[in-house]
Design a protein around this ligand. Structure first.
Ligand SMILES: Cc1cc2nc3c(=O)[nH]c(=O)nc-3n(C[C@H](O)[C@H](O)[C@H](O)COP(=O)(O)O)c2cc1C
Length: 269
């Protein structure tokens, strides 16, 4: 394969001077005279029109416990020991373990009642405190939960059971072939998804950058929390976007999966 062929594969619709990522980056820059300052009333009104967390009211709701699993490692130990687990196996987890991972990844830490902007604050920073992300997960081997797909609602500190069926095989098919085993090797598969409009209504194309930066914060919290719980984790971007979105029931345009994290017992390599 020539360098030219590789370049075309990476950027099929553009020539070297017009890579899609370059066009996007250039068009999402803040210019001294181009930064839009929206009226506060507009921002408050738009925020009120959008869910803080998708409700899924019609699905079975499970309240999460207040009690969290005590962490075994300190922050410095967790940072220094964090590693992508290349060998894992599924392990039994408790509802407290799941709650610990979810709460530290995107849970609510303090309210925001003093402010006109009605979103409560979370464990991660968020551009404009707009919290564009949603968290879904597929659970297996969780003592108190049936296998299947769940949605996490941080506002209610609860989860909604969206699909009551083991989807391990379906998930493995959505992963690129070299890593389809990750669905079987893990107990939890977390899907970090984004409702882009929650951020772009205020920040335009630059808001699209913010969404991914925030997902990085969430994933890092998951990685550090699982390390501190002496579990293994692997962050995953090698998946077929449309197929994952279809599995979860997302339209893939306004709301799409942007990151996945698999969690299991870490085996010695
Ligand atoms: C954005 C992003 C996407 C990634 N996607 C995958 C993936 O699809 N599969 C995988 O096995 N590892 C994936 N990784 C993990 C990297 O391969 C890993 O972080 C890197 O090799 C460094 O190793 P370490 O995490 O053990 O320090 C991803 C990491 C990041 C930050």
């Amino acid at each position: 394969m020539t360098n030219e062929t590789i370049r075309k594969l990476l950027s099929p619709s553009a020539d070297t001077d017009n890579n899609v990522w370059e066009i996007f980056h250039e068009n999402s820059k803040v210019g001294r005279y181009s930064y839009p300052v929206l009226p506060e009333s507009f921002i408050v009104a738009r925020m009120k029109e959008m869910y803080e967390s998708l409700p899924y009211d019609e699905y079975p709701n499970i309240d999460l416990p207040r009690k969290l699993t005590p962490l075994r490692l300190s922050l410095d130990e967790s940072i220094l020991n964090r590693v992508t687990s290349r060998k894992m196996e599924p392990c039994e987890l408790s509802i407290e373990d799941i709650t610990t991972i979810l709460h530290y990844s995107y849970g609510i830490t303090r309210d925001n009642q003093e402010s006109k902007y009605s979103r409560a604050f979370r464990t991660v920073p968020s551009g404009g405190a707009l919290y564009p992300l949603e968290i879904y997960f597929h659970a297996r081997y969780v003592k108190e939960l049936d296998n299947g797909l769940y949605h996490y609602n941080p506002v209610k500190n609860s989860i909604q059971h969206l699909i009551n069926k083991d989807l391990t095989t379906d998930i493995s098919k959505t992963l690129t072939s070299i890593q389809s085993n990750l669905a079987f090797d893990t107990s939890l598969m977390i899907f970090i998804t984004a409702i882009f409009e929650r951020e772009t209504f205020k920040y335009g194309p630059r808001g699209y950058r913010f969404v991914f930066l925030e997902a990085g914060h969430v994933a890092q919290n998951i990685n550090l929390t699982t390390t501190a719980m002496e579990l293994g984790s692997v962050n995953i971007c090698g998946y077929f976007d449309r197929e994952v979105d279809e599995l979860i029931g997302l339209d893939g345009i306004k709301h799409s999966t942007i990151y996945m994290v698999g969690i299991g017992r870490r085996l010695e390599e």
